[in-house]
Design a protein around this ligand. Structure first.
Ligand code: ANZ
Ligand code: ZN
Length: 828
């Protein structure tokens, strides 16, 4: 049998053994309870980075731990392998996006294998495989048939230099991420998924995830969905031409109607230009509109954005009859509410900023609770808090919430408004004018309109890179291939054109967790019975950067599929845990900063177990790790010490009878069971750092028992076995190796997680007489096996001992373990 610690040899050895035994492939016929462990699948850009290594260390510990708790575990892996970086690499370096992608997948896969991750590789998937995207297209068609996939013109981010549409993430500070040109807006027809139909359900069901998802993620989701309750109120625009027209505003504060002193519409409001013309402000308006379209949504909403133009017309307040001036300003967005607002500067900060800039009147209508009435002439902060109505005929004295209800009732009675709920959530724009994605499976026919590709004809194959021109040119790359575009209409057989857009990669990843249950099936996207058997995912792990979109889209897709009868559950992920980031000297690791550490390099020097354990030892899993503060080499040294302990035990005493000093044996047994109990709790709470600290403590105790107290035999064996079982999910190779050296033939990963014996946790308490200068002054109760220092501090804490120590120096301590303590003093 081998001795010593050589991580490279033993890790390679066990990885091979596990693969040969197909240890991590799921047994679908198992009668064990099922546990679906899932980690967010990676995007294949180069080799794995440290963020991946942390994510996988966490995910693997979760999966292995679940297995040892008696579950049949599904722990699959795949690649989110469509997307822009592949295309950019192609544009920048002339690489074939497909080749670039699959080469990176192989590189990452090799590093994953070197990490010894317990994935069921037989279920591996890549979203860019035709076998996968065929079903992404099927998903699109399910939504299309249900009316949840539709086309409409939308303002998209447009780079005039690259002649291309940009996703929001590609717009950095208003500029194109590639060429730094200022991004503009352009109206283009785009595909959308109707996620807004599910807004209320997406919000409501977050309540069922309380406690099992991070509070922060729930808050981000709620905020993104952004439900608000208010009213729609009809104002009348007086255009000077006599009749004028009605325009509806959305407000969350109808109670403040009497405080509205001006009126603002979005520059894109369909009537804005016409009103500006009637008000004699057409020129100023046109210039302003052009300037607006150069800004991003975020810039438009920046805290103190206060640009705008007066349109030269007025709006009449339906409740007060007051006429107020109308402006166009780009802090009002066209696609929220109605694109028109009544402005209440005393109670809304943006309105106040705008009022000050344009010298507009301010009127306080809610008196802040307990505070002084702000002076409308000088106030610089809007009074947004609680309060009681003032300056509002008919409502004065009412608390604002009551006034809100009363005003809505009045508006409804008068037919000039109604209560209304709004969501910030927008429909999901899923089309991209890009090459490296799943083609949208729609055929456009002059006679039949948008015709879905028949399921039997899927996949709509992505042409090879050589067949299209995917360099940015203003037209979608797929539109450059006649062979792709020209087709016949499935409905009438006439000449028709394929849709040339591809899908957002978030569509690919919105359903991959379903596919893993039915990998390899070419007749269905997923088997209904299999998904219902395995899902919802019991434990999902991944980065906090996906707190909003990926999770929201996955939740939406599951709800849509449930409504269509394809799955039997409405939330995909029962529990979610997010890990922190891996930093270097407080900064993000990146190639350009030159502070990049790669997992494969750490494995080269310290081994995979050391990499994994270091990740989990660094601190609470949700916290960031600073790689400058940790030491994989130090972790490897601990593994080496642990190995020595096992080797010595195996050579020198595994079979030797127990030593006669029962107290020492008992002490080690208790330490072992204390560690088992503590570590079990820590695993359940994802506290891997304290798991490792406790295991290091138990290893020290074992070492001291052997080397200082001469303990041998079964209690040492039990302690070492417990360490291996408890360590196995975190450092699977060393645990497996030492488990075998301890005399086992089967895998440590097939064992049950140990359970502690509660009887051994009950501390034996002994009573120790305490002498001061030879006279017994008191007794203390301490755990048997207590150390001298603990007994001395317990003794000092008793009144009588304290009294006799007063004014004297302690010069000597005589401690007879478990029997007696004598404190020797002299006058101070
Ligand atoms: C009057 C008012 C008085 C408002 C007050 C707020 C405070 P949430 O909560 O996000 O739904 N608003 C409405 N539509 C808008 C748009 N398209 N672009 C920018 N702002 C818009 O916000 C709703 C509030 O934001 C609405 O209520 C409206 O201002 C503004 F003391 O109306 B409020
Ligand atoms: Zn047709």
């Amino acid at each position: 049998m081998a001795t010593g610690y050589d991580p490279h040899a033993l890790e390679a050895h066990w990885q091979q053994v596990w693969a040969e035994q197909r240890l991590y492939e799921v047994d679908e016929d198992s009668d064990k309870p099922r546990f679906y462990a899932l980690t967010m699948f990676p995007y294949p850009s180069g080799d794995l980075h440290m963020g991946h290594a942390e994510a996988f260390s966490l995910a693997d510990a979760v999966a292995r731990h679940a297995r040892m708790r008696g579950f049949e575990v599904l722990n699959p892996i795949g690649w989110d392998s469509f997307g822009l970086p592949a295309e950019n690499a192609a544009i920048g370096r002339g690489a074939d996006p497909r080749e670039w992608t699959y080469t990176n997948i192989e590189t990452q896969g090799a590093t994953m294998r070197r990490m010894g991750l317990a994935f069921d590789w037989s279920r591996r998937l890549h979203t860019s495989d035709p076998e996968y995207y065929k079903w992404t297209q099927w998903l699109f068609l399910q939504l299309f048939e249900a009316g949840w996939a539709y086309r409409k013109a939308a303002q998209v981010n447009w780079c005039p230099t690259d002649q291309t549409v940009l996703a929001n993430e590609q717009v950095i500070d208003g500029r194109c991420e590639r060429c730094a040109t200022e991004v503009t807006k352009k109206a283009l027809t785009q595909w959308f998924f109707k996620i807004t139909d599910f807004a209320q359900a997406l919000l409501d069901d977050l309540d069922t995830l309380e406690e099992s998802w991070p509070e922060r993620v729930l808050a981000l989701q709620r905020n993104w969905i952004g439900r608000s309750e208010g009213a729609e109120v009809t104002f009348h625009i007086d255009t000077g031409s006599g009749t004028g027209e009605d325009v509806v505003v959305y407000t969350t504060r109808p109670d403040t109607l009497f405080g509205a002193t001006f009126f603002v519409v979005a520059p894109e409001h369909p009537n804005a230009r016409e009103w500006a013309a009637l008000g004699g402000q057409a020129e100023a308006f046109d210039a302003y509109l052009a300037a607006t379209q150069r800004k991003t949504d975020r810039e438009r909403q920046e805290e103190h954005a206060k640009d705008g133009v007066a349109l030269g017309v007025t709006a009449t307040n339906p409740l007060s009859g007051e006429r107020i001036p109308v402006y166009a300003a780009d802090y009002v967005l066209m696609d929220y509410g109605t694109g028109a607002i009544m402005c209440v500067p005393a109670h809304d900060q943006r309105d106040l900023d705008f009022a000050r800039e344009h010298d507009l009147p301010v009127r306080v209508v809610v008196a802040p609770e307990g505070g002084e009435l702000p002076d409308p002439a000088t106030m610089t902060e809007a009074a947004a808090g609680e309060g009681v109505m003032v300056n509002s005929p008919g409502y004065d004295g009412l608390p604002w919430r009551e006034a809100k209800r009363a005003v809505i009732a009045q508006l409804e009675a008068d037919g000039i408004g109604s209560g209304s709920v709004n969501f910030r959530l927008r429909d999901w724009l899923v089309s991209r004018q890009r090459y490296w994605g799943a083609p949208i499976p729609i055929i456009h026919c002059a006679d039949c309109g948008e015709v879905p590709v028949p399921i039997a004809d899927l996949p709509v194959r992505l042409p090879d890179a050589g067949e299209v021109d995917f360099r940015p040119s203003g037209i979608a790359p797929l539109a450059t291939s006649d062979a792709f575009v020209k087709t016949t209409c499935p409905s009438c057989g006439g000449e028709a054109r394929r849709d040339t857009d591809t899908m957002d990669t978030f569509v690919d990843s919105s359903w991959y967790f379903l596919r893993f249950t039915s990998a390899g099936r070419d007749d269905v996207a997923f088997d209904r019975e299999a998904v219902d058997r395995w899902l919802p995912v019991e434990q999902y792990t991944g980065g906090i950067e996906h707190a909003i979109l990926h999770l929201l889209y996955s939740r939406f897709v599951v709800k849509a599929l449930k409504a269509l009868g394809h799955v039997g559950f409405s939330e995909p992920f029962t529990r979610l845990k997010s890990q922190g980031m891996v930093l270097m000297d407080g900064a993000k690791m990146s190639k350009s900063r030159g502070n990049l550490v790669q997992p494969s390099a750490v494995i080269d020097t310290a081994g995979a177990d050391a990499l994994r354990a270091t990740m989990l030892f660094a601190g609470p899993i949700e916290d960031d790790i600073d790689w400058a503060d940790v030491s994989p080499v130090g972790m490897a040294k601990w593994f080496a010490r642990l190995t020595r302990l096992v080797d010595e035990h195996v050579e020198g005493g595994a079979s030797v009878a127990e030593q006669p000093d029962a107290a020492d044996v008992d002490r080690l047994r208790r330490a072992t069971h204390r560690a088992i109990a503590g570590v079990t709790e820590d695993y359940d709470a994802f506290k891997y750092n304290t798991v490792l600290a406790k295991l290091m403590g138990l290893a020290n105790e074992t070492s001291a028992s052997v080397r200082e107290r001469g303990v041998r035999g079964s209690s040492v064996q039990q302690s070492l076995e417990a360490i291996m079982l408890l360590l196995a999910p975190i450092a699977p190779h060393i645990a497996e190796e030492l488990w075998h050296r301890l005399g086992h033939d089967d895998s440590v990963h097939l064992q049950r997680f140990p359970a502690h014996d509660p009887a051994l946790l009950v501390e034996d308490v002994v009573e120790i007489p305490v002498q001061v200068d030879g006279k017994v002054r008191d007794t203390v109760q301490v755990p048997s096996g207590a150390e001298q220092a603990d007994v001395v501090s317990a003794a000092r804490a008793t009144d009588n001992v304290a009294k006799h120590l007063q004014g004297r120096d302690l010069v000597k301590v005589i401690w007879v373990p478990g029997r007696m303590l004598n404190l020797v003093t002299r006058a101070a």
